[in-house]
Design a protein around this ligand. Sequence first.
Ligand SMILES: Nc1ncnc2c1ncn2[C@@H]1O[C@H](COP(=O)(O)OP(=O)(O)OP(=O)(O)O)[C@@H](O)[C@H]1O
Length: 564
Amino acid sequence: MTTTKQLRRWLISVARPVLKPLGASIVFRHVDQLAGLALLAISAGAVTKVAGNALGAPASETAWLPNTAAMLAVVLVTVSLVKGLARYLEHFFGHLVAFKALELLRVRLYQALVPQTPALMQRSTSGDLLVRATKDIDRIEVFFAHTFPPAVTAVTVPVIGVLAIGGIASWPVALVAAAGLVVSLATAWLGSGANLAVSHRVAGLRGRISQHVTDSVQGMAEVTGYGHVTRRLDELVGLDAQVAAAQRSRSRFQAARNGLQVIAMGATTLVATIVAVGQGLGLVPTAVTIALIWRLFDSTAAVKDFMSSLDVSMAAAERVHRIVTVAPLITDPESSAQLPDGPLAVAWNQVSYSYPSEGIAREPAVKDVTIDVPAGTHCCLIGHSGCGKSTLLQLALRFDDPQSGRVLVGGVDVRRLEAAQLRSRVALVSQSPFLFHGSIADNLRVASPDATDDQLHEVLRIAQLDEEVEAMPGGLGAPIGEQGQRLSGGQQQRLALARALLTPADVFLLDEFTSHLNRDLADRVREGLRAARPRVTIIESTHLLDAVRADQVVRLDAGRLVSA
Ligand SMILES: Nc1ncnc2c1ncn2[C@@H]1O[C@H](COP(=O)(O)OP(=O)(O)OP(=O)(O)O)[C@@H](O)[C@H]1O
């Protein structure tokens, strides 16, 4: 696991371009804190001056205070205004840095996700990823907005305050104050290791809760249909209980830290008063000194306050860091080859592939498969469910590299191609295509944002979907619901095919793309596709063994080629 120190360095390196205003935030926090000290000192001085007058305190003790009530009011109002403005500016600059830094982190996360897709989805879940990209990144705000300025002033302001007490009141009292403040600072670290572990645990649990809720909502029909409502609720309550139990241990440390701080403050006040009296310090200087000490404890207490939220922030940073830094399954070559223009052949050459399995030995999904699909022809991969058809198609798009053998597109090993180039020439219509919440047109224009309505109608016609779309209220503008839920399975498949047809692809990989269509409609879709794109290479997979007229039919069984 990445250490907190490494995480801090990483966060600062990400935010470096926007760190400058943090200096301003630190400066304004000093102004705010010192103005607070001044306010308390003047107020305490003024109050005890009144009492001191009655008790006959010497005038020299209060000579530094404003002479009249009006002057006192002017001074207090002015210092308060300065304090208020400084506090505002401290927060403004701190949050400016924080929100800019979070923006940079979100961009980093997104940029890291793109090359890792789709392999990442094998290692993470969408609900958990969502929490990382939103909540976890938000929690890192504490690191930027609420850590540096209080950390600096927790040291500098007490040092200034103690020196002031020593200079104007008494050095022994200053020493007592210093000792108390050091103890107060040290208590902030009480249980920090355990708290960090709890924060990691809670962050992981929150990811699981999010995934559980996502699954329950998306699988509502199954949850209610199979009578799982109570079980799923119980599971959720169980996860919540684990979060609560973990939080309880954090709260215990928090309470202990608060208690110790109050004890340190009380003990320091008592001892400082005894020493001040022993030193013969007057009433006003003693009162002002005690007031200053109390205020200085506020500065050190700020460390305790941010330490508990910093744990949460660091646990969140670790989860984001893990995604951003995970090595992608595939990377672009340093010097890439170019695909030839025109129709492209596809070939699997003695390809064997096993899915990554985290140490568990796994049977290869495809073993020693060799298939040649000449450019512009139609090849059909046939075999029972699980025989490796989708895997072969995905290897042609370089979702991952085979452990042995080569996959060639246009005669070029796909490892020598940039992913963007490969994916612009090879289109995959997957078994469960993803459809966005939006209209028919929105989903088609994912492939070609500037496509005209005529072009959209044309590809819908090729996919044999145009008449059905025209009959929908709104036509191209008809909303299809989340993940296309308002469409039938067969309509979803044809919409995905129409979308792929808007790309300039020379190879179409069609994974079970007619599995929801009746035989007659499936044949019409194939014929329409071939007539509209006579030069493209079509590689189709199906488990219907009596299928399809094609230039080449390849049979697979348990990952091996049976006939080609
Ligand atoms: N992401 C994955 N992680 C691990 N194993 C996988 C993964 N995807 C597929 N497999 C395994 O690889 C083998 C081949 O799967 P593949 O999806 O290629 O088969 P298929 O012929 O396309 O099946 P179907 O007709 O059911 O779609 C199967 O044993 C499957 O369990």
